[in-house]
Design a protein. Structure first.
Length: 268
């Protein structure tokens, strides 16, 4: 499956800017702190959000929909005890220099009765090869089925320095991991896309900026890296990995997909 993705992806390292485009995905899922930067000891709520262009509705924490909910601080990784129905999903007192909060959902299932909607989704996420697969197999796009999981992480930090562990994976199935220096607005920000610890070569990584209907897009290189231009945030990044029914997690569906998102801001 991965070799198929690599063979059919657009040239790696190409930047695509989409301005005011209605074609951009309307189903982003992310975690968003009420304050991206706050002094140590501040209580900060982390919201689950669904929407588009980094603008969406606040969604409650629901235990039965959750596979894992954790935080990472100077003290290490710890589980979060959240309560079903809470909005924000959790409120934490910031510890030390920074706090990652990460959320992994259980599986959701969907049937695409609208073939145009399914086609647009695949194109928006850089997964055009799936359409080619349907054509090669002589299969209809109508009533395609998919199971999907969400993997979201968000950062709230107090500085002034950047802990080394910010650039370490949290162990999520699919994850965007920043390189050191990503918190400086004056410098390009580099991230690595990983799936089960391996680089997602050729996958489309998108970055949204709060308050602006614009998306920056890059294909990950052979090591899974993408680099975005310097600029001021806050930012939302996402990447999607999809496999066919040969993956046992598909549970009889045509496809199984994993969606990763990351939100952060930078400082001058």
């Amino acid at each position: 499956m991965i070799s198929t993705v690599l063979r059919r992806c657009a040239p790696i390292g190409t930047l695509i800017l989409t301005l005011n485009s209605l074609a951009v995905s309307a189903h982003e899922f992310w975690l968003e702190p009420e304050r991206f930067a706050a002094p140590e000891g501040t209580s900060v709520g982390f919201e689950i959000r669904i929407g588009q262009y980094f603008n969406g509705r606040n969604y409650p924490y629901i235990d039965r929909e959750t596979e894992a909910f954790i935080k990472r601080t100077d003290a290490g990784i710890e589980p979060i005890n959240a309560v079903t129905g809470d909005k924000p999903a959790v409120t934490l007192e910031l510890e030390g220099r920074a706090t990652w909060v990460a959320y992994t959902s259980n599986d959701f299932n969907i049937r695409f009765r609208d073939t145009e909607k399914f086609t647009n989704y695949l194109k928006e996420e850089g997964l055009e090869w799936v359409l080619e697969w349907y054509e090669e197999q002589g299969k209809s796009l109508k009533d395609a089925t998919e199971s999907y999981y969400r993997h979201a992480k968000a950062l709230s930090w107090s500085g002034p320095d950047e802990p080394e562990w910010l650039s370490e994976p949290l162990g999520m199935r699919i994850e965007l991991v920043p390189d050191s220096g990503f918190l400086r607005c004056s410098e390009p920000a580099r991230f690595r896309a990983l799936y089960e610890g391996e680089p997602l070569e050729g996958h489309l990584v998108r970055r949204f900026r709060k308050g602006i209907e614009e998306v920056q897009e890059f294909r990950a290189d052979a090591e899974g890296y993408v680099e975005f231009p310097a600029g001021e945030g806050p930012f939302l990044l996402n990447v999607v990995h999809i496999e066919d029914a040969l993956n046992p997690r598909a549970k009889g569906k045509d496809w199984i997909s994993d969606w990763a998102s990351l939100t952060y801001t930078c400082a001058n």
